[in-house]
Design a protein around this ligand. Sequence first.
Ligand code: ATP
Ligand code: MG
Ligand code: MG
Ligand code: MG
Length: 490
Amino acid sequence: VHWTGPRVRQTFLDYFEKKGHTVVPSSSVVPHNDPTLLFTNAGMNQFKPIFLGTIGKTEDFAQLKRAVDTQKCIRAGGKHNDLDDVGKDSYHHTFFEMLGNWSFGDYFKKEAIEWSWDLLTNVYGLDPNRLYVTYFEGNPEMGLEPDLEAKQLWKDVGVPEEHIIPGNMKDNFWEMGDQGPCGPCSEIHYDKVGGGRNASDLVNQDDPLVVEVWNNVFIQFDRQADKSLKSLPAKHVDTGMGFERLVSALQHKISNYATDVFTPLFNKIQEVTGARTYTDKYGKDDVDGVDTAYRVIADHIRLLSFAIADGAAPNNIGRGYVVRRVLRRGARYARKYFQAEIGSFFSKILPALVEQMGEQFPELKKKQDDIKEMLDEEEVAFAVTLDRGEKQFEKYAALAIKGGNNKLSGADVWRLYDTFGFPEDLTKLMAEERGLTIDQAEVDVAKEKAREASKAVKDTIQTFPKLNVHQIAELENDVKVPRPDSEAKY
Ligand code: ATP
Ligand code: MG
Ligand code: MG
Ligand code: MG
């Protein structure tokens, strides 16, 4: 069989449906009813009320015992932020699909482990010699036992001892928060090299060639306010597998980007920009930066389109600012590496995405016109300052280099943001390209100063109720409005 993306996804859903799971739709990437969360970042988000025991008897999932889905996830801000890795490595995206199966007080470790192994090795046909599993090693200080039950279950399905690896709190113990449901997890890692080598040393090392594909969480405790653990009467299973990572293993690719999940987007980028084709390299091999730019843009159009389709419009705060930052970052890559004209660049890539993912996620098709409009509007707004901002950046950079300390000052970073709309992470990236450092503490000081200054202005203005149009615009939009010199002081 040839494992195309859609077939990989469907096979997962079918497998668990046959095991009595209800196929549920992905929830929105904009979490409803959860102000603590910037974006949906895992499959379990929409099931949180079930785990917390707060679900109402008449709510949708109240009767659910087993569920399976593919969840749209965004990790570009908040607790999970993979934005800085995107483009530089081959397996972190800002937007990705998480395949997952759940048991709500129904089956537990034995079935979860047996099924995940059966699916990967017998159904998908992955080579067991390339698979490694981890189990929680325990933490005596926290009063936590090692998860020997999971270890034994992996042995029982036939995983050789040297492929079963202990993992620490950070990788192998999951907690929702300071209190509440938690438990050990077991991860499955895939060695992209194979050839009979033993890669057990590379598991949990963030090695690009030995990649975590699937996490099985066993929710068996309830952490109390006094930090003690109570055994849960109803135990749950919560799993998450990176769809793009699985596809890449099944298509025998080193990089997620070399799969049919991304190639249609690359082809479109190439068609639109006339650039040379993508050459399937990553990280330090990418001497001219063009491959990185391909990866960043293909990644970012996915985040942008799904975020906008689900109602997260670009703006200046929270969620909307993540969307804005991602667009500005992507636009600058497009201009620098593909000499693309900024204004309607992303919307030219959009049709390829809609064609590729519109069937599984109909909201993309339905909202295509809105997405296009919003992308263009946002790009045009940035295009106005991008050019001047880049020149300004070059000036600052030249001064920093001449000054000999190769550091961009916090005030410069702030000015690029305040006057030219360059998000801090974009400036950081540009500085990195030029071998310049940025001191975050300095940036924070500059930010604080600006905040105090604008507060002082507002305080004075409030005592004079008659404001001119510029002042009103400034107060409402929190921006500086250019005005004739004669009005410069008020
Ligand atoms: P990693 O250690 O590689 O950053 P993680 O431990 O943060 O992954 P989990 O929170 O366990 O990831 O999520 C479950 C699965 O989702 C992972 O095993 C992985 O396959 C996938 N995944 C996580 N983050 C990303 C991402 N940024 N892009 C693509 N897939 C991801
Ligand atoms: Mg991670
Ligand atoms: Mg991990
Ligand atoms: Mg994990």
